[in-house]
Structure formats: C-alpha cells, structure tokens
Design a protein around this ligand. Structure first.
Ligand code: DGL
Length: 271
C-alpha cells in the first residue's frame, strides 16, 4: 500500500479524513492520531515540531508518499521546518501538506465585511500563521484570532455534547465577537472543532458563517493531485483506511466510529 497519510494530535483529523475520503474514496488512507500526547495546543514549538516529525517519519516508513498534517497546530508550528529542513534529507520525492493555506485561500470568497474570526488552539493563535497567510493572500481582510484552550480537551474527553462545553464555547465566541463585531465568518481553525459545531452554532449569531476546514482541504488536495501527477501516480487505490493511535486502540476505535459514522478498527503504535 502507498496510502495518503493523515496525521493529527488526536481525533480532530478524522473530521478532515472524512471529507477527503468522501471526495476521493478510491485511494488508500493511513490515519495516525497521537492521542497519548494530545493536546498539542499548549506545547512549545520544539515539542510540536519533534512530535510531528516523528509522526511524518512513521507514515513515510509505512509507505505514504504524501502526508497531510490534518492539524492546525502542527501545520502552524512544524510544517515549514519539515518541508524546508527535513524533507530534503528524509526523501525529497515525498510531500507533506498542511491545512492552513487551503483554508485561507478559500475564505476570500466567503466574507462580505472583510472581517473574519479564527478560533483555534493557543499554539495556532500565538504562531500568527493565519494572520501571516491572510496578509499574503487577502491583505484587505482583518483577522481576529481567539485562543480556545479548553475546546480540544472537551473533544478528546468526549465532552463535546455535554453541558460543560456550553460554558467555554459561549464565553470564547462572545469574547471574539466583542473584539470585532464586524466579523461575518468564523474559521474553525482546529480540526477538533467541527465536533463542537452544534454548540458553536448555538452561541453564534445566524448571520455569521462557520467554516469547517474538511471541505476546503479535501478540494484543495484533489486539485493538488490533479496538478502533481508524479505524486498521484504513486498512491495506491484500494479504497482502504487503516487507523493508528499512540494510545488505547479500543478507545480510539469507539471514538472514531462515532466521529466517522462507520465502524473502525484501530491499532496501537508508539512513536
Ligand atoms: N486538531 C488540532 C488542531 O487542529 C490539534 C489540537 C491539539 O492537539 O491541541 O490544531
């Protein structure tokens, strides 16, 4: 197998995998969740880079010619260094892509007020990666980023539907909209956050659009593969997905089954 590798700190990347698979079901996929070390959001640049590089190496070792970092924190803190520093010595014929650039590309057509909000982990907001990418692609758009450090732990602990989530979601959305009342689009800039969609929607005025990344990342990947026939030709086409986690396999499998809507077998691995 030469699967498309999909990496996240935990369950969040499943929201991206679900969209990629539904658009391109014919490829094989290898998902790796570093649940044992999630969340990555509060971790330093050095740690997120170290862990992400380990994950990329594992996915390469298992045959992936192309790895998607389905994690904003890893995309913000590790992608550039891996692309520029590590890939040339690891294997320059392979590719590692992130989720921030395709999201920023898409948002230009979605905002009328040209004021957007980003909800993300502390790691993503402090890196300012969204602001930097937005300034390059859409310099007329004002960006306000809100760190939501409690949201990933709520998802990783299966509390995304519980009443505990209401307090933190309401507080953080309210703070964001007070900081910039002209916001008409909020990017869910963490792949865990679509799992909190119903809560976020409930506390966000209806005229504000909520953007989940899976749809945009999957379309961007399809376009990438159309433009990079050399990579596309190396991908195997069995329609299978395999799931690896650094924590308990049974726990991962039951969560993934809920998040993906179909039953999943998971295997434990260490990095
Ligand atoms: N799902 C991740 C992201 O998109 C990671 C969150 C975390 O581990 O803190 O940022």
């Amino acid at each position: 197998m030469s699967p498309i590798g999909v990496f996240d700190s935990g369950y969040g990347g499943l929201t991206v995998l679900r969209e990629i698979r539904s658009l391109m079901p014919h490829y094989d996929y290898l998902y790796l969740g570093d649940n044992a070390r999630a969340p990555y959001g509060p971790r330093s640049f050095e740690r997120v880079y170290e862990f992400t590089l380990q994950a990329v190496c594992r996915l390469f070792d298992m045959g992936s010619p192309l790895v998607i970092l389905a994690c904003n924190t890893a995309s913000a803190k590790a992608l550039r260094t891996i692309q520029q520093h590590d890939l040339p010595s690891l294997d320059p014929s392979r590719r590692v892509l992130g989720v921030i650039r395709p999201t920023v590309e898409a948002v230009g057509d979605l905002t009328l007020t040209r004021h957007i909000g980003i909800v993300a982990t502390q790691g993503t907001t402090s890196s300012r990666t969204y602001e930097l990418e937005m300034a390059k692609l859409h310099p007329d758009i004002a960006v306000t980023s809100q760190a939501c450090p409690m949201w990933v732990p709520l998802v990783e602990n299966y509390e995304f539907d519980g009443s505990g989530a209401d307090y933190f979601v309401q507080r953080d959305i309210q703070t964001l909209l007070e900081r910039d009342p002209l916001i008409d689009v909020i990017i869910l800039g963490c792949t865990h956050f679509p799992l909190l969609y119903n809560k976020i929607r409930a506390y966000t005025p209806t005229h504000v659009k909520l953007i989940s990344q899976g749809e945009y990342v999957s379309r961007s990947l399809e376009d990438y593969l159309r433009r990079h026939a050399d990579i596309e030709a190396r991908l195997s086409r069995g329609g299978h997905a395999r799931f690896l986690t650094t924590d308990d396999a049974a726990k991962f499998a039951s969560a993934a089954t809920v998040f993906l809507g179909s039953s999943v077998l998971a295997e434990q691995t260490s990095l």
